[in-house]
Design a protein around this ligand. Structure first.
Ligand SMILES: *Cc1c(COP(=O)(O)O)cnc(C)c1O
Length: 354
């Protein structure tokens, strides 16, 4: 079992990401007669399912990712959980799955994190990653929506995404495969979106890149997003990011970065971005910074982009000023070392119980 003891947690130098888990999980079951029922917190344990359960055959599965952080006063807080439980329900709607009451979901998250609060690491850059997941249960190979579902939340003590300060990544702009199209499932956090993207990423890794940047599925020229991150460009003095056009995932970190940037007095544009516009901007020296945003890394600076064999280096492969400022500010709010004037964080009560 991948549950980590407190002793092991103290001794492990780098936890990595999503490899070890806290001792408890939340679980709930759904059927059409009873709705959600048998909700409880229990020991982390395997789930036994029928081999004909629809999750295995038709990928009816959605998930979320959010983090609990250790504050300097020793308390624990969760970053923007309301947004995540709301997005889970939007994903559920798209994937023909039942909604889970958002207030109740927040109570479940609080109770679970409260119970396993000692598993929230306090070292710099570390956090407790929370993974809410909903899957189709039951037995039957009919290719239509399942009737029974399981919702669970597991918690993974995670190490600093960057063990030696934020490290820039190199990205290949994908020409052959697409991730999503308007009207598809790209704006849902649906498990199948990932399975469909692994091949492209694996190929890019073989060619020496860290990630792929997806273009739109129709014209193959507008920038969409990176594997599990949204993407931002600093062009001249403006912060530019693809608009939420129906095929990209509306990231909570994306929204936080846009809010902070506007607060910093920076002009933000959410619009279509032609890949050729980027290369043109680079030729004129106007493309100053590129960074990805997502819960896991918060801010991930991009050092190299390659498209159709043409490779460009961003900002001398160094972290840009705005990328660094965003990282410092956002992670400061998450760790309660910078004032949280948007009320993004909620402190987990020591009385929280399910
Ligand atoms: C989760 C995810 C993101 C980032 O969303 P955050 O809420 O910022 O963590 C971006 N793109 C995809 C495809 C994702 O699954």
């Amino acid at each position: 079992m991948p549950v980590i003891s407190l002793e092991q947690l103290r001794e492990t130098a780098n936890l990595g990401f999503g490899k070890v888990f806290s001792p408890h999980m939340f679980i709930a079951y759904y059927d059409p007669e009873r709705g959600w029922h048998d909700q409880r917190i229990q020991e982390y344990q395997p789930i036994s399912m029928d081999p004909a359960a629809p999750i295995f055959h038709y990928a009816q599965s959605i998930f979320e990712g959010l983090k609990a952080y250790r504050r300097p006063d020793g308390e624990v807080q969760i970053f923007r959980a309301k947004e995540n439980v709301a997005r889970l329900n939007r994903s559920a709607q798209r994937m023909a799955m039942p909604l889970f009451d958002e207030e109740e979901n927040l109570r479940a998250l609080d109770a679970l994190v409260n119970l396993d609060r000692d598993w929230v690491p306090s070292a710099p850059g570390c956090s407790l990653y929370l993974r809410p997941t909903m899957i189709a249960d039951g037995c039957g190979l009919g290719a239509s929506s399942a009737k029974r579902f399981i919702y669970f939340i597991i918690c993974s003590p995670s190490g600093a995404y960057y063990s030696k300060g934020i490290a820039p990544v190199s990205i290949q702009i994908e020409e052959k495969y697409v991730r999503a199209v308007k009207g598809g499932t790209g704006q849902a956090k649906a498990a199948g979106n990932y399975a469909g993207s692994f091949k492209a990423t694996a190929d890019a890794v073989k060619r020496g890149f860290d990630q792929v940047l997806w273009l739109d599925g129709k014209e193959n020229r507008y920038i969409e997003e990176v594997g599990a991150m949204n993407i931002f460009f600093v062009i001249e003095d403006r912060l530019v990011t693809p608009e939420l056009c129906g095929s990209i995932l509306p990231g909570v970190t994306r929204d936080s970065v846009i809010t902070l940037a506007r607060d910093f007095g920076i002009e933000v544009e959410e619009r279509r971005i032609d890949v050729r516009e980027l290369y043109e901007a680079h030729r004129h020296g106007a493309l100053r910074e590129v960074f990805g945003t997502g819960t896991a890394a918060v801010i991930s600076p991009v050092s190299v982009l390659e498209y159709k064999g043409e490779r460009i280096e961003i900002n001398g492969a160094k972290i840009g000023k705005l990328s660094q400022r965003m990282y410092d500010h956002l992670s400061g709010i998450q760790r309660a070392t910078i004032e949280d004037k948007y009320n993004w964080c909620s402190v987990v009560s020591r009385d929280a119980k399910y």
